[in-house]
Design a protein around this ligand. Structure first.
Ligand code: IVH
Length: 687
């Protein structure tokens, strides 16, 4: 099929030929979306393409294709069955922001000829598949898919498989309940585990899984789904609701009969007086999205009063009395470029997907978690695949699955490591999560060596050999164990009572290092010396760091939306080590003088870049010590010269030629200082 690579922008449609091509892409993508196939376009790209086609049709009404999917329910793509709907089962029009909602409000007012009097309801837009469930005398007789809105497929074989849609009501009512079926996150995990056990491929996402599961008749296993009603209509002409019932009252009646409604979802159903209040509820629901037990792709606003609904009426595709405010896509497609393997503190081999950059839920994603080798195979991932990536709120992005239809010719399966990527030794493959056969001994000596170094805990005399001995004996399993070593253990590692006593002194002294050094010694991914200083200065205490969520972590300069959740997760995973450090009496706060330096001092609000080997009184300072000096004097250390650089400290080069950084600084008009000039400027801050 003709498909668009994920990275290709879906530009606006500006000619008849582009229009035809765009229609074709829309048809293919919506067939997959409403059916159960892999879509070659993610939702955000689909919406964008759809809008450009719609705009072209509005500008060129004479040229609209007679079979354009734009005017059809479900874009005319859903499998159509032979069961006639009682009344048309329509779709919803979308807006994407508060301005769109206000515009919808104006259109409603125009249709009613006045401001709505009955208020509005606000409820979640569940991301699943629409069904109509027919109850006769309280018994669930038939479930029908939406199809093309006037006819759907009979899927009554799933009766009993859907939580919230009981086979018997609490009363002998005859009514058709309409709503959305979806997998909750928990049901989705179970469904994929069951499929794996049966040798079937995991579902790429909950919505795809739901569409497939509703229509599947001959699977050797049953997967449980969940229903949320968002409406009810009369069936067989039997009156069900009292005249004048509002939308909220309709759902309450259905709930009383035993059917789950959107009002019972954690996002709830809210009745509000006006659209300003509705917008507030939209924001509130959007804020809880990541914690909801089921995926939502928007929030639906409806006129609460049925008489007002009737006056507003219907278009061919949508009711005029309801609107969906779409939320940012949490899922996008992009290209899997590479998989890298890192060895964690405990020796676990963690695969990370390196992705072509893609914007998801307000941030650019370039890396995503791939849990373990078995999971990589279950998802059938190949290098170069277009993959679906999921990210919501603060969570770490994850790869859901590959779009097999877009796989490049000759693409290779993701290679799995044959030796430990850290030490080159054997891998223990006995569990799903592979580990280096050396376990903690693989990465730990390097981590402890790093932690005890001069710029960190600065435990003088504790060299590589002793560290290796302490790790090998099992006396040190993490950095906190260093602080509870006894004389016998230190003697055994160093081979002498005298050396042990000296080491014990040094270790005691290391207990009072500032928080930035202790934090850095923990080895949190992505937090080197400078970043640790910034984090410690910002939060001042370890408690504050531990309490920070990803949003709070982003308040630290240099931490963006991609890094923040990784740091938060790692800090949480280090809880036992941090607790041990506290129990051992290690200092866990940042001295206030250091934390007040920023904003004051001769380098206040200046970005300073250093190049070359320092001379004069700065001669003995390495790069990290120079960075610390810059920060003590109130500035910020930069690594490359750019328009934000205030000062370049440039040591004279050996060959007499200016360095590339010095050339760049001259081009940009950045002040260039010799190490001696700079030392004078920060003399008060030299340690
Ligand atoms: S009301 C006649 N309310 O979203 C109006 N729809 O993209 C019928 N959906 O076709 C729709 N949650 O399948 C409504 N709370 C909700 C919904 C909801 C999910 C689905 C429904 C609809 C689709 C439109």
């Amino acid at each position: 099929m003709t498909t668009l690579p994920a990275a290709q922008p879906q530009s606006s449609v500006s000619s008849r030929a582009e229009y035809e091509a765009a229609l074709q892409r829309l048809r293919e993508a919506s067939q997959a979306y409403y059916g159960d196939g892999d879509s070659a376009l993610d939702d955000a790209s689909y919406d964008q393409l759809r809008r450009s086609v719609q705009a072209w049709e509005q500008e060129n009404p004479a040229e609209v294709s007679p079979d354009s999917p734009i005017g059809l329910v479900a874009d005319g793509a859903a499998p159509v069955g032979d069961v006639a709907h009682t009344t048309r089962l329509l779709s919803l029009d979308n807006v994407f922001d508060a301005v769109g909602l206000v515009a919808w409000g104006a259109s409603v007012q125009r249709r009613l000829g006045r401001t709505p009097q009955g208020g509005f309801t606000v409820e979640p837009k569940i991301d699943g598949a629409a069904v109509a469930a027919r109850y006769r005398d309280g018994r669930l007789e038939q479930i029908i898919t939406r199809g093309d809105g006037s006819h759907g497929e009979d899927i009554s074989h799933v009766i009993g498989q859907i939580d919230g849609l009981p086979e018997h009501l609490a009363e002998p009512a005859t009514v058709e309940v309409r709503g959305e079926v979806a997998f909750t996150q928990a049901q989705f995990e179970t469904a994929n585990a069951v499929r794996t056990a049966h040798g079937a491929q995991v579902f790429a996402n909950p919505r795809n899984g739901t569409a497939g599961t509703l229509r599947a008749k001959d699977r050797p296993y049953r997967l449980q789904m969940t229903f949320w009603a968002y409406g009810a209509v009369e069936l067989d002409g039997v009156p069900y609701l009292p005249a004048g019932a509002t939308h909220a009252e309709t759902l309450a009646a259905v709930a009383a009969a035993g059917v789950q409604t959107t009002a019972e979802s954690p996002a709830g159903l809210h009745v509000v007086a006006d659209l300003a209040a509705a917008q507030q509820q939209v924001d509130a629901i959007a804020a809880t999205r990541a914690e909801l037990p089921v995926g939502i792709d928007g929030v639906v606003i409806k006129l609460n009063d049925m008489a007002e609904q009737a006056t507003a009426g219907f278009g061919s595709r949508f009711p005029h009395w309801a609107i969906a405010v779409k939320l940012a896509a949490t899922e996008r497609q992009t290209v899997l470029e590479e998989v890298v393997w890192e060895v964690g503190r405990t020796g676990v081999l963690a695969p990370t997907a390196i992705l072509a950059p893609v914007e998801i839920d307000g941030s650019t994603v370039t890396r995503a978690t791939l849990h373990n080798p078995a999971d990589i195979r279950r998802r059938d991932l190949h290098i170069g695949d277009t993959v679906t990536v999921y990210k919501a709120g603060d969570i770490i992005p994850r790869v859901q699955g590959a779009v097999v239809a877009l796989r490049p010719d000759g693409a290779q399966e993701v290679p799995l490591p044959e030796a430990c990527p850290n030490c080159g030794g054997q891998i223990n493959k006995s569990q799903e999560r592979w580990r280096c056969a050396q376990g903690t001994a693989c990465a730990l000596p390097a981590l402890i060596g790093y932690a005890t170094g001069r710029e960190m805990l600065d435990i003088d005399g504790l060299g590589k050999t002793y560290v290796a001995a302490l790790v090998a004996s099992g006396d040190v399993t993490d950095v906190a164990d260093l602080f509870t070593l006894n004389t016998e253990q230190l003697t055994a590692a160093s081979g002498s009572v005298k050396r042990a006593a000296k080491l014990a002194e040094q270790i005691e002294a290391a207990k009072s290092r500032p928080l930035n050094r202790v934090f850095c010694a923990l080895g949190v991914l992505g937090t080197g010396r400078s970043m640790s200083r910034r984090i410690a200065r910002h939060f001042v205490t370890i408690d504050a760091i531990r309490q920070a969520d990803a949003a709070a972590m982003q308040d630290v300069e240099g931490i963006g939306p991609e890094k923040a959740p990784v740091i938060v997760e790692q800090v949480a995973a280090l809880a036992p080590v941090i607790d041990k450090l506290i129990a051992a009496g290690v200092n866990m706060s940042e001295p206030q003088e250091a934390s007040s330096a920023q904003g004051a001092g001769p380098l206040a609000s200046k970005v300073v870049v250093v190049t070359g080997k320092m001379t004069g009184s700065l001669e003995n300072l390495g790069r990290s010590e120079m960075n610390a000096l810059i920060e003590r004097a109130g500035g910020r250390a930069g690594s490359s010269v750019n328009s934000k650089t205030s000062i370049l400290v440039a040591a004279p080069s050996a060959n007499g030629k200016p360095s590339s950084k010095a050339v760049k600084a001259a081009e940009l008009g950045v002040e260039v200082l010799t190490p001696e000039n700079f030392a004078e400027m920060v003399a008060d801050y030299l340690a």
